[in-house]
Design a protein around this ligand. Structure first.
Ligand SMILES: Nc1nc2c(c(=O)[nH]1)N[C@H]1C(S)=C(S)[C@@H](COP(=O)(O)O)O[C@H]1N2
Ligand SMILES: [Mo]
Length: 254
């Protein structure tokens, strides 16, 4: 696997020539280090200019008029999920894997021990209904920082417990993905609580994604694994999500 830093290092070494260059990269004041820094600054500002740090609207408690309407899968039937649900998700583990330096296996206790964020937001389903609800969870960025994504990582893929379809080729499991800009957005959280109570099974227990600047189908419920990848081509039908594989937009911005 070639990463961006190694590529750059190769290019800079060629441009500056001489074999001492690799050693001098460890020197704080080296020209090479300054080159890395300016390159990364440039990439970041270009990304900010394009996407921005816009927040989704947030609401107050009085705006919560009804419970969050369950949609899609509401009761996964797999034996492993059922066993976990019956014991209050004590055995649940969130796996963080793929292009990361520090793969993680986190229990619900581990996740709830991390600093949390609470937000009251509106969920817009592509079918034409909306619900305002209060979500509490750990920022996805915090979990990713623990896992230390490699420089080649571009997407976070969410693998879910629910088989949403049973075809001739077997069960098709729900999955979704977002890019790392949305992944590190302040309102992108892994929610374990909703409207002041533990997340109900119907809404994705024990852990579901909230990515507030996009439509409801992006908000994967029943997440068991987050995989960091540099491409979406090898997953499902290659469009990055169960619904994108069926013709919906992968980037479902609202
Ligand atoms: N694992 C999984 N996640 C999912 C779905 C699903 O069927 N399975 N449905 C999606 C759709 S279309 C919507 S609108 C929301 C519904 O979330 P809710 O049940 O909490 O309202 O979850 C999304 N995430
Ligand atoms: Mo939806």
């Amino acid at each position: 696997m070639i990463d961006r830093r190694k590529l750059l290092l190769g290019g800079a070494a060629l441009a500056l020539s001489g074999c001492k260059i690799l050693d001098s990269a460890r020197d704080r004041d080296s020209a090479l280090r300054r080159l890395f820094a300016s390159h990364e600054g440039l990439t970041q500002s270009a990304q900010r200019a394009l996407i921005g740090n816009r927040l989704a609207p947030e609401f107050i408690e009085a705006d919560i008029r009804q419970g969050q309407r369950p949609n899609g899968s509401t009761d996964p039937v797999s034996a492993s999920y059922r066993r976990m649900a019956e014991t209050g998700f004590q055995d649940y583990r969130l796996t963080v894997t793929g292009l990361v330096d520090q793969p993680q296996s986190l229990s619900l206790a581990d996740l709830t021990a991390l600093p949390s964020r609470t937000q009251i937001t509106r969920h817009d389903c592509v079918e034409g209904w909306s619900c305002i609800a209060k979500w509490q969870g750990v920022p996805l960025g915090t979990v990713l920082t623990l896992a230390q994504p490699k420089l080649t990582a571009r997407y976070a893929v969410f693998h879910c417990y629910d088989a949403i379809e049973r075809g001739l080729a077997g069960e098709v499991f729900y999955y979704e993905s977002i890019d790392l800009i949305d992944a590190y957005h302040a309102q992108t959280i892994l929610a374990y609580a909703m409207n002041g109570a533990a997340l109900p099974v119907a809404n994705g227990a024990p852990l579901r994604l909230r990515v507030e600047r996009q439509l409801g189908y992006k908000m994967a419920k029943y997440v068991h694994t987050i995989e960091l990848t540099d491409s979406l081509a090898a997953l499902g039908q290659g469009h990055g999500s169960y619904w994108a594989d069926r013709g919906y937009e992968w980037y479902a911005g609202i």
